[in-house]
Ligand binder design. Sequence first.
Ligand SMILES: [Cu+2]
Length: 126
Amino acid sequence: MVARRTGSLLLALLLLLAVLTASAADARRRPPTTSVGVAAREFRFSAYRTSAPGGIVRFNVANFGEDGHDLVVETAGGRRVGRTGEVRSGRRATLALRLRPGTYRLVCDLADHAARGMRTSFRVTR
Ligand SMILES: [Cu+2]
């Protein structure tokens, strides 16, 4: 009787251990996701945070301006990582990217908007 109770207790502990190990492995596999609100208007971007940990970064772009704008994410070296496409006045768009640690540039590449101020830097940390 005691031996059977000990056996089932051991089984329960082993099951618990298996569940804990599986969820820890799951958490390691899934990179963190960080949402970043980005307001666009003539002619600047206001990012609600200027950095995020490496992983999935979701840029939620809202165009509060009158003109169309887009959000292009580039590496410091100028390599394009992602683009929303044109977001019309009053509209929103989301751009989800998997980013490694480093410095990035957020720019609007429509017309001369970047030169007029629609560019800012964004850091991805470890
Ligand atoms: Cu623009």
